[in-house]
Design a protein around this ligand. Structure first.
Ligand code: ZN
Length: 313
């Protein structure tokens, strides 16, 4: 029997482990990323956001699903539809439902709707509609509440000011109401994390060494009782990341770091196989050194007793 992605994320959450989710803005990144996940014996999600086919070369949900199908191993990786925004990073309305329906039809194993640029009521309405679609197909739905900045064009606000003021952080009261009313399965929160830039020359810049407000994360966890998601996982300082995982942060999105490793090698050598190799090495290093998730797969699959995984009796 194959467990669904919802159960696997729940297993990881109970075991105090994280599930990394790797973004694939270029189709040739698929194979090395999946190989790195297999070689580190980790469980991970492979994901694609709308902006990766609008602003990068991922082509679209169908092309990504076809590439995934070539290399997939359900015991190691599952396919997730990342950010489909209701209003996008350039402030334009997106016809989001057909995209989500298409992905569900293509066999994506979980989806996300991002209504975080709407007001609370609008976000709840849009999310609830997508949750119903996803649940009818038997798959989980991720949503976002709060402002994870960084995808917008133009220079980002100074990070230290942003962190100190808590501006854009997911509000505790709102999170509790949002989860109750939408029935979403996972919630992407803003607790100091920022997306990597995707526009102009900024997209090649190293990310700020972001911090996370662990106390705020704990309060969000207590208020929602569902697995929380960190977007902008690249560049978050390691000590914060590890503490956040212990606090109930379960899905960690990683895009910028592996994208830049691939792009740098493409620019310097122009050789796709060397770029794939760079992407493979970076993904392994992230899993092994940065996240410490090597050889954790069996615990996510629920096959080894990780301590508090299963209630006794
Ligand atoms: Zn994101």
């Amino acid at each position: 029997m194959t467990l669904g992605t919802a159960e696997l994320i729940r297993n990881a959450n109970r075991a105090g482990l994280a599930v990394p989710a790797f973004n694939i803005p270029y189709l040739p990144m698929m194979r090395p990323v999946i190989q790195a996940v297999i070689d580190e014996d980790t469980f991970a999600l492979i994901e694609i956001a709308r902006l990766e086919w609008v602003k990068f070369a991922a082509e679209g949900p169908a092309a990504v699903a076809a590439e995934f199908a070539k290399w997939q191993r359900p015991e190691y990786v599952r396919l997730h539809l990342d950010h489909v925004p209701v209003v996008d990073e350039d402030d334009l309305a997106v016809d989001y439902l057909p995209i989500i329906r298409e992905a569900i039809g293509l066999g994506y194993q979980s989806v996300m709707v991002d209504g975080s640029r709407l007001d609370l009521e609008g976000n709840i309405r849009a999310t609830r509609e997508v949750v119903e679609l996803a649940h009818a197909a038997g798959i989980p739905c991720e949503a976002e509440l709060g402002a994870v900045l960084g995808h917008e064009a133009g220079p980002p606000p100074p990070y230290q000011d942003l962190f100190a003021s808590g501006r854009g952080f997911t509000k505790i009261e709102e999170a509790s109401r949002f989860v109750q009313e939408t029935d979403c399965d996972w919630l992407s929160v803003a607790v100091g994390n920022v997306h990597g830039a995707v526009s102009g020359a900024l997209k090649d810049q190293p990310k700020v060494a972001a911090r996370l407000d662990i106390g705020h994360l704990q309060r969000l966890r207590d208020a929602t009782r569902i697995p929380l998601v960190l977007h902008g996982g690249s560049g978050v300082q390691r000590s914060y990341l590890l503490e956040a995982i212990r606090t109930g942060l379960t899905k960690i999105n990683i895009g910028t770091e592996i994208r830049q490793a691939y792009e740098r090698e493409m620019r310097s050598s122009g050789d796709p196989s060397r770029a794939q190799e760079a992407c493979y090495e970076r993904t392994r290093r992230l899993l092994h050194d940065h996240l410490g998730l090597s050889a954790t797969r069996e615990r996510v699959l629920g096959r080894l007793d990780g301590g508090a995984q299963r209630p006794s009796g």
